[in-house]
Write a protein that binds this ligand. Sequence first.
Ligand code: ADP
Ligand code: IOM
Length: 351
Amino acid sequence: MNSNLKYPKALENSNSLVAKYLTKELFEELKDRVTINGFTLQNVINSGVQNIDSGIGAYAGDKESYEVFAPLFDKIIEDYHGFKKDDKHKTNMNPNDLNAPNLDIDSQFIISTRVRVARNIKDIPLGTAISKELRDKIEQDISQTLLSFDGELQGKYYPLNNITLDDRESLIKDHFLFKEGDRFLQSAGLNRDWPNARGIFHNSDKTFLLWINEEDQLRIISMQQGGDIKEVFTRLVLAIKKLQEKIKFEYDKHLGYITSCPTNLGTAIRASVHIKLPNLSTKMDEFKEIADKYSVQIRGIHGEHSDSEGGVYDISNKRRLGVSEVECVQDMYNGVQALIKREKELRNKNY
Ligand code: ADP
Ligand code: IOM
């Protein structure tokens, strides 16, 4: 038991959602709770305590964490997704319901498009609480399943502990592979036994990729150059369906797909473009205003917690829970459309 656990002072200097909602009273209420897999409040908040620049700062160890620590997670979930305790989650993966003609046929703005979902295996602790044996088993089972894929989804699995450092680095630089040594994941317990049981599967064009055992057990990814969002989403849906024929994912009627970070609950989808906005990026207040209005998030060019380079940004849907997959991709599309419109106006003014 953690009865001697004291409220972490570091949270007093943080703007994360954990710092916002874990009051001293709530801390006292939750500090001795533990899930069936041994996940404690200390485990939940450690990333936010060690990294006071966290956006959220809380991770779940298993599906049960979202019940045992509900007084904290429910507030974070409502703040991030605008999703209340009695709201219902929904799903729609039909690409034909997407209204997304290519926004940038002559590739003036959009460099590339990527859509990913996070998934975790049913009845197994999340990566934050998993044992080495189970993590190894996931790597083995998933990589075997992927080897049976054919057509556009056919590819090869590359275990992280069996590729050269140069290959690893170039996969990261080219945006195909997760970065190494992420301090937020480290303090959430997600980097234990690194790099063992981690790896990437991809087809020869690197348009269908799958990460194994990073922040979530699976990250299923579809990406390509240019702005054809519908084509990217269609390929992703095909891959998810194929995987679902063989694997059962952790799912909850209320919270949707269960993920280690509460930001990914629900659809667990992040649809993004890498986009050049040289004029708008000199007016960050206006840029952020448009992003907020359309519920899109601005990230740097090397993923979460990275900076932009050369006026190129990663723009993605923010909400993932209580909205369908199609609505999430549509959020991103509508936001990008508004950003391109404003970028063109500013460019014309400057000429
Ligand atoms: P995730 O998308 O899985 O939440 P990150 O934000 O860390 O994780 O992004 C993972 C990688 O994917 C990073 O290298 C990032 O630059 C890359 N990426 C994201 N969106 C795009 C995109 N539209 N085009 C190319 N690469 C992208
Ligand atoms: N998804 C997770 N890596 N992130 C939201 C961390 C954080 O900033 O709290």
